[in-house]
Each structure stands twice: as C-alpha cells, then as structure tokens.
Write a protein that binds this ligand. Structure first.
Ligand SMILES: Cc1cc2nc3c(=O)[nH]c(=O)nc-3n(C[C@H](O)[C@H](O)[C@H](O)COP(=O)(O)O)c2cc1C
Length: 209
C-alpha cells in the first residue's frame, strides 16, 4: 500500500475485534517509533508495551475506560522522562561517542548546548518539550501501523496519574503522556468503519508562498 492509501485506509478505531496483531508487525511499528527523530536526538521518552490481558483490564478499569483496551491487542504507552538530568545527557553523549566512534571530549559543545537549554527551562516546560518529541513518534507509529494494515487508535482520553500508578512509572522516572492501541477493527460494531474522513480542503489548509 502507498503511504497515502494507507493514511486513507486508517482511522481512529473505536471498536476492535480481539484479533492479536502478529509480533513481526508490532516489531515494525515499534522500530519506526525507535527510528523517529527527536530534538538533539535525545529522545526523552520511553515506550511500555502492554499485551497482558489482565493488565489491560486493570488499566481499563482504573485509567482508561475505552473499549479498545479490552478489544485490542497491544497498548503502546509513550512515557516521557519526568525530568531530564545531566546524567541522562551525559549518557546520550556516551552513546553518540560509542556509536560514531568519536571521543566524548569532542562532544563538549554539543553537551553544553543540550544541557544549557534543558537546565534553563522550568520543569513544566521540560515536560512539554519532551511530550512534543513523543508525539512525533506517535505520528510515525500511526503511519507505520497503517502501512502494516494494523488498526491503531491514538488516545489522550485517559488518566495519566492513574496509569502511572498502575504500572509503577513514577519509580522508573517516567510519566505517561499519550497512548497508541493496536488491534483490528470490528467491522460489525464500529460505527466509524465506513465514515468518510473529515479533513479541511487543501486550499484551506495549505498556503503556498
Ligand atoms: C493525540 C490524539 C489523541 C486522541 N485521543 C483519542 C481517544 O482518547 N480516544 C479515541 O477514540 N480517539 C482519540 N483520538 C482520535 C481522533 O479523534 C481522530 O484521530 C480524529 O478525529 C481524526 O479521525 P481519524 O483518525 O479517524 O482520521 C485521538 C487522536 C490523537 C491524534
């Protein structure tokens, strides 16, 4: 499928049919997310993937009362780092150094630039900035799921504090920020299966200068 056909095929699926998404497809979606660029390349978020039905049920009961949690296959949680520490920036420098075979000492200005920016922001602004990075990856995950012909519902309709509690994310220095539920559309019960896509016309959306 071309990317445009895939993006026309996909929709935010409200009801799923319980079919499990094959592991190779889940892996491709996760890899697309991992390969997503981020500002400075720092990637200040991690993923938690839940396929355990008992935990999905608990998340549904306590943090996200949407049916896709019970009818879908894999829940991808985009969880930002609750704060960005100098050690995390140093760890990233070490990764750049070992991956590209450059001495850490040659990365001093790069580190100063990243840490200078991060350390000058308020904690709330750091969280917002991290969430922006995670949302870029959410987009890549949505598009890749469509190419894999896997349905995917992005979700903000959940209680992040409760979800963090269920999964013990605070202890891991993480905060859930947005979700992507993978599964397969329930053709009989999803009223949006045949709904036309609602988007502003190109002329109202794009200004060519
Ligand atoms: C960040 C984000 C959060 C969303 N949250 C929810 C949600 O909690 N539950 C839901 O059913 N749909 C959710 N949606 C789906 C949108 O309502 C949907 O993408 C939009 O109406 C466009 O329709 P389409 O995706 O079917 O083309 C969300 C979409 C995005 C991008």
């Amino acid at each position: 499928m071309s990317i445009i056909n895939a993006l026309n095929w996909r929709y935010a699926t409200k009801r799923m049919d319980g079919t499990e998404v094959p592991q190779n497809k889940v892996d491709n979606i996760l890899e697309a997310i991992r390969l997503t660029p981020s500002s400075f390349g720092l990637t200040p978020y991690s993923l938690i993937v839940v396929k355990d039905k008992k935990i999905l049920k608990q998340i549904n009961a306590e943090a996200c009362q949407q049916p896709q949690l019970l009818e879908g296959s894999h829940l991808i949680i985009f969880a930002i780092w609750d704060k960005i520490t100098e050690k995390q920036v140093d760890d990233y420098m070490a990764l750049v150094s070992s991956t590209r075979n450059v001495p850490v000492t040659a990365l001093g200005d790069y580190k100063k630039m990243i840490w200078g920016m991060v350390s000058s922001m308020s904690p709330a602004d750091v969280n917002n900035w991290s969430a922006k990075q995670a949302y870029i990856a959410l987009g890549a995950g949505i598009a890749t799921a469509a190419l894999e012909e896997v349905d995917a519902t992005p979700m903000e309709g959940f209680n992040p504090a409760k979800l963090d509690q269920v999964l013990g994310l605070q202890a891991k220095g993480l905060k859930s920020t947005v979700l992507l539920m993978l599964g397969y559309r329930d053709v009989k019960n999803d009223s949006l299966v045949k709904a036309k896509k609602v988007r502003r016309a190109k002329k109202d959306f794009i200004e060519m200068i």
